[in-house]
Design a binder for this molecule. Sequence first.
Ligand code: SAM
Length: 408
Amino acid sequence: MVNKKRLRCHGLPERLVAFRRTHRIPASRLARIAGMSPQAVSQIELGKVTPGVDTVERIANAAGMDAAFLAYGAPSHTAAATVLIPPGFNPLALVADLNALLSGSTGVVDDVYKYLDPAGAFEWAAMLKQSEFSALVASVPLADLVQTLAADMKGHPSDIIALGCGTGDTEVRLVSRLLGKRVSDFRLVLLDISNVLLVIAVQHATECLKRSHSVPCVAVLGDFRRLTDYNHLFAPDSPRRRVFTMFGYTFANLDNEVQFLRRSLSWASEGDLLLLDLPEVATTNLEPTEIRRKDPGFAQRRGEDWVSGIYSFLTVPIRRNLLGIETCKVYTELDLTSCVVPGSYAVVNRVTIRLKGGEEKRFSVGYSKRYDREKLAATMSDEGWVLRETFSYGTSFFLALFERKRVR
Ligand SMILES: C[S@@+](CC[C@H](N)C(=O)[O-])C[C@H]1O[C@@H](n2cnc3c(N)ncnc32)[C@H](O)[C@@H]1O
């Protein structure tokens, strides 16, 4: 006689019950979808009956789980994410807009173009490996954040919606830490405009999540400024808390953060969370000389590698789309007039290009704001997001966790 404990299917009842509980699937519903009697499902869950391969497959299909995982506790292949391309997302139209802009002599090159271009995505990924920058990213205080998040998420099914996930390094580290705290009842939604970076993020996430079959991963290739058009993708079938994240200072790159909150996140529900990763003002005294003296973007406190990596990355859309460039010079300016959040200022990178025929062009290619925590909290509160906690890191960065308050 074969010792049942040594069979690879050992633990099947426990895997089925755990999956059903995590995904809130009543046994009666599972039985109905699988075309079985509730008693038959119950016998399997109690370990009184070991199902045959056809029944395992039927139950797995009905529950939406991997059949090999249900049977043996191991996936049949590396788990893959579902990829969604929202209606109306048209990368070709974006490129046409860029070409039209560059044919003129001046303008603002939107942030998305650096990442849309595969060469830009490559340079961004390379920058993340640069020692000074990677040390900064590694110091993001995820342990402290997870302490707070875990308390909120336990017992509440949630969706972590990573806006502008890039390669997903920080986002996946956050997920691993949550799993380490035994928070597992959530889905991970990775959203980015760059197909190259989204592929890397999905590979990274599925590798990390393959041991945790309770965390489904969905990838959305799209523009987070049009999130309202996509919100049906995240429409909860049961009340789920949404945790929006914007790691990597992405919020600070937006032209108008207040409009972004109103246009893209207005559909968030009471209790949803928004996590922003932000640069802090170098001085609350918004005096230009003082800012230039203290802000690392001006004060040349960053290493040569960091600066040359950033300049190369910032100029990708120009270098890849303008023919006949003779010289391309990058310089940094202070912008105190375009910031909508009181107390903030922007560090702007511009380029001057001379073409071989002698023509000159000037474009703005980088835009990053710095925030005063208290004034940002006041603006966010006016927009319906209450500051829960901040977590400092590096010399001038912080995470800020906001909660959606009652929307009238
Ligand atoms: C500064 S990177 C941060 C990446 C990642 N979150 C991290 O912490 O490394 C900004 C990311 O946002 C994405 N992004 C920028 N604008 C976007 C938009 N309008 N819609 C969707 N993704 C966008 C870029 O493709 C890029 O991956």
